[in-house]
Design a protein around this ligand. Sequence first.
Ligand code: MN
Length: 186
Amino acid sequence: MSLDEYSRKRDLEKTPEPAGERGVGAGGVYVIQKHDASRLHYDLRLECDGALLSWAVPKGPSLDPSQKRLAVRVEDHPLDYAGFEGVIPEGEYGGGVVMVWDRGTFENMADAPLREGLSAGHIEVRIAGEKLRGGWTLIQMKGRGEKNWLLIKKNDEFADREGDITASRPLSALTGRSLDEIKGEG
Ligand code: MN
């Protein structure tokens, strides 16, 4: 895990985002940030070795196990990013509004360390968030570009084939604010 790419992409004099420094966490930080940038998407982040593994999920997560959601791996983020909610100025990398849409903890369900699951292209985690709960699988799409993964809900008691969690629970898990409210207040 390296935060070099994170730091290279950002001018910290111009963006309120956290500096690209490694942290020492208690382990198991989980967050999804709703990011209204050039295109609205959801950024899934899981703590691993002092940083946050990150995937951009264009459609957001689905609680329906039959729905495979594209999750594009992006640069690792600093641990402090999990608490970031605010506005990245226009013209800066990722310019737009960032909301802490869901947060909590996760457990690695595999016997091997998360880092090994990442290398193998298969990660299984149990999430304890405010909106997402239970088992989730991330599978790398081999042969279609290393960055492309699929995010899939496991078929357990937290699966839901009916609703749309992104539509029914649109507000911040941190502050209860909408994207517009964050935009207005910073
Ligand atoms: Mn993003």
